[in-house]
Every structure is written in structure tokens, then in C-alpha cells.
Design a protein around this ligand. Structure first.
Ligand code: ATP
Length: 306
């Protein structure tokens, strides 16, 4: 998510200047001297996660007074369940994840985790409880080992390698001439989108949070990579509450609930089967994706013949 909040040119600065000292996002805000939007309340307590229930109650939000972004958004992600958020670009999907991470305070409604209002707990404890697999992972100019260990700076080499195995990136790493000591980032090895996402998954495995926010990549990955990443994501979601911002409908088929967001409102909700049967906006999106996949397959066939 980092890249969503900080202009890219500033990220370049971050890479170069403060790589080593950067342990979490709050540190990044401090170094950049960006005023933090939200402050801990004087009596803020650490969040106590019991089951990991995430609840939005009638949440409305605007970045700017003149334009409402979320309107009366309500949903409950039961402990251990997976909720998908789908909808057109600009609908407010990422805004929901920013609010859960409490980058902004909301103007109306309540967001709770296991019954505790997120504005009454310390931000550090909130962010410790939530693991994020962003669309595009920030890599530091350092070794791949350092980049994975960033998920939990105290992790041992063996734990880093175990996480890389679970994220299915270990074999790739050991095939590199310098293995885990290979330099990555701007001045090192450039990882592909799929490899970067696997680094993010490995970091999250090390962090071991009870709640996950997965922001699926919009960019195309090849079918094999996509399948492997989906398998890893499913594995790490097991036993945790997961909220997935989904761009591929194939991801959402097994979710416990799908929320269709449009212009900041939830316009449809239910399981895949229920929403397909409804024949509404979700069914339309599904149909369009099927057509796109079929068109691609035909194109590949024609290319193979030619
Ligand atoms: P996409 O699928 O394209 O990522 P999204 O559904 O995640 O879109 P959001 O990123 O949540 O959409 O944005 C919702 C709306 O809020 C958009 O119209 C966007 O322009 C606006 N917006 C997002 N961030 C800010 C910001 N920091 N300040 C003002 N407006 C913003």
C-alpha cells in the first residue's frame, strides 16, 4: 500500500536515503515529515485481537469536503472468513483498505475489530494486526533476504527461507548466482510483478498477522504465475480474516461474501452463485471477464497455428 500514499519521486528518495532505518510505515511518515492524518487518542489502548472479526458499520468518508467517496458502507468479515470487494475503478475499494489501516479518520460510522473501535486503539497495535499484500511491492536496494525479512526484522535466516518456500519463491532465489544475497531493487536485480508479489507474500508469512488485506494486481500475470500466487494467497488466508480487493473474478468464486462497490456504495452482496443468479452488475462483470478470457484463448490459438 505504501506506494498508494506517497508520490513516486518521494519513494525514490526513501529508497536512497533511509533504507536501513525504515522499519515501518510510521517511521516513513516521520522521515518524510508528512503530517500524520490521525493521532492516537491519549487513552488509546493496544488492540486485543481475539477472533479477528472486522466490521464496518454505516461508514461514510470523503477525502475532500466537496466529494463523498464512501457512503453507508456496512459489512462484517467473520473471524477466518474471506470477503472480496469488487467494482469499477474509482469505486472506493482501496479507500476501504486505507480506512481499515486507519490512514484516515471517518466522518460517520464505526470500524471495529473484535468489537474495538479502531479509533480507540493505538495505531501501532492496529498495523501490527494487519498484513498487507499490495499490488506492487516496494523493494529496497538490498539483498532479497533483507527484503523478505522486512516482514519481521527479528526473523532468523531459517525462518526467512521457510517463508520463501511457502510463498513459492525459494527455488527461484536459490537459482540466482548469489542466492539469498542477491541484490534487488532499483540498482539490483529487477523482479517481475509475480516475483515481487511473492516477496510480499513471504513478508506477510513472517509477520503472521491475524487479519490480511490483499490487493490483487491489475496487471496481467501469466496463467501459471497467477495460479501459483492464488494458491499461496489461499494458503496464507487460512485461519485468518482476509479482505481481498479482487480484479480477477476467478479469485472471488470461493469467497464467503462478495461486495460489489459502485460509486462508494455497496450495490450488491452475496456469494458468487447468488450474485450470478441475480443477473445484476456482478453477473455482467463475470460475463465480460469470461468473454475476455475466451478472446485471449482464441488469439493464442491463432498465433500457435500461424
Ligand atoms: P481502482 O480499482 O482504480 O484502484 P478503487 O475502487 O480502489 O479504484 P479508490 O482508490 O478507493 O478507488 O478511490 C476512490 C475515489 O477516491 C477515486 O475517485 C479517487 O480519485 C479518490 N481518491 C483516492 N485517493 C484520494 C486522495 N488521497 N485524495 C482525494 N481523492 C482521492
Amino acid at each position: 500500500l505504501i506506494q498508494l500514499y506517497i508520490p513516486l519521486n518521494m519513494l525514490g528518495f526513501v529508497y536512497r536515503e533511509i533504507k536501513q532505518g525504515l522499519i515501518d510505515m510510521e517511521a516513513m511518515f516521520k522521515v518524510l515529515d508528512v503530517p500524520e492524518e490521525v493521532q492516537d487518542k491519549p487513552d488509546a489502548r493496544p488492540l486485543q485481537v481475539t477472533g479477528g472479526e472486522v466490521r464496518f458499520e454505516d461508514v461514510s468518508f470523503r477525502y475532500d469536503q466537496r466529494r463523498g467517496i464512501l457512503r453507508d458502507v456496512s459489512f462484517t468479515a467473520a473471524p477466518g472468513s474471506t470477503i472480496a470487494i469488487v467494482g469499477p475503478s474509482g469505486a472506493g475499494k482501496s479507500t476501504i483498505s486505507r480506512i481499515l489501516f486507519r490512514f484516515y479518520d471517518i466522518e460517520q460510522g464505526r470500524v471495529t475489530i473484535d468489537g474495538q473501535d479502531i479509533d480507540a486503539v493505538t495505531q501501532a497495535s492496529l498495523r501490527q494486526a494487519i498484513g498487507i499484500v499490495p499490488q506492487d511491492t516496494v523493494l529496497f536496494n538490498d539483498t532479497i533476504r533483507y527484503n523478505i525479512r522486512y516482514g519481521r526484522p527479528g526473523a532468523t535466516d531459517a525462518e526467512v527461507e521457510q517463508a520463501a518456500k511457502l510463498a513459492r519463491i525459494h527455488d527461484f532465489i536459490v537459482s540466482l548466482p548469489d542466492g539469498y544475497d542477491s541484490m534487488v531493487g532499483e540498482r539490483g536485480l529487477k523482479l517481475s510483478g509475480g516475483e515481487k508479489q511473492r516477496v510480499a507474500i513471504a513478508r506477510t508469512i513472517l509477520k503472521n498477522p491475524p487479519i490480511l488485506l490483499l490487493d490483487e494486481a491489475t496487471s496481467a500475470l501469466d496463467t501459471q504465475t497467477e495460479k501459483e500466487i492464488q494458491t499461496s494467497l489461499k494458503e496464507i488466508s487460512r485461519g485468518r480474516t482476509a479482505i481481498v480487493i479482487a480484479h480477477r473474478l476467478s479469485t472471488v468464486v470461493d469467497c464467503d461474501e462478495i461486495l460489489v462497490l459502485d460509486k462508494g456504495r455497496i450495490v450488491e452482496r452475496g456469494t458468487h452463485d447468488v450474485l450470478l443468479a441475480k443477473g445484476g452488475q456482478y453477473a455482467g462483470m463475470w460475463q465480460r471477464q469470461l468473454e475476455a478470457v475466451e478472446a485471449e484463448a482464441k488469439l493464442a490459438e491463432v498465433r500457435a497455428e500461424g
